[in-house]
Ligand binder design. Structure first.
Ligand code: FES
Length: 211
């Protein structure tokens, strides 16, 4: 059977570059796709002065296109400034790979989104966000859509794990519809706190469970 992939896609899929995790990254993001239930994590180390990406790694639970795109996107981003890396598009990644089947477009978007979200995470943590907007419940919900429910591979909003979200002064309270002894309670809590406490005007994030 011949696969609808270019030789370069197959080569990057078989020998992906920059696979893994960076401990204590300067920026990180996990992006998921509702279309296929897959996830991509991107970790970056950024030089404080030059703002260049010194190191970048990714982990993928996606398909061959997704792995190949993660590989090429991290190669393209390494050594670039964060502003240059933000401009890497899925089209550029797909072109570098010699094309991707149209049905696999969302897979390459996922890897590019992961890179942009990791850069955004770095900028938020370092007070580098330009047009700062006051946090709203809508912004919080948008962020929660990037927290994945590991059981289904879909986000915690779509899978109804979030019972209620409150925003009081500079504090966010997220009440989850799972008990505190749920097998993923702690990792979900960590993920939610990490995503929300990066918001520039938030001082505290509390995650509560049903019991
Ligand atoms: Fe899910 Fe490609 S990442 S089908």
């Amino acid at each position: 059977m011949s696969l609808p992939y270019s030789e370069k896609v197959i080569e990057h899929f078989k020998h992906p570059r920059n696979v893994g995790k960076i401990d204590n990254p300067d920026g990180k993001a996990i992006e998921g796709s509702a279309a296929c239930g897959d996830m991509v994590a991107v970790y970056i180390k950024v030089d404080k002065d030059s703002k260049r990406i010194e190191n970048i790694k990714f982990q993928s639970y996606g398909c061959a296109s997704n792995i190949a795109t993660g590989s090429i996107v991290t190669e393209l981003a390494k050594g670039k400034t964060i502003d240059e890396a933000k401009d890497i598009s899925w089209q550029q990644a797909a072109d570098e790979l010699g094309g991707l089947p149209p049905i696999k477009q969302h897979c390459s978007v996922l890897a590019v989104d992961g890179l942009r979200a990791a850069i955004n995470n770095y900028e938020e943590k370092n007070g580098l966000i330009k047009n700062k907007k006051a946090t709203t419940i809508e912004i919080i919900n948008k962020r929660l859509k990037h927290v994945m429910n590991p059981i289904t591979g879909l986000d915690v909003v779509k899978t109804n794990l979030i019972k209620k979200v409150e925003l009081i002064n500079k504090e966010i309270i997220v009440i989850m519809d799972i008990p505190s002894n749920h097998q993923f309670a702690n990792s979900l809590k960590e993920d939610i706190v990490e995503k929300l406490e990066a918001l520039w005007d938030i001082e505290r994030v509390k995650v509560e469970f049903t019991e």
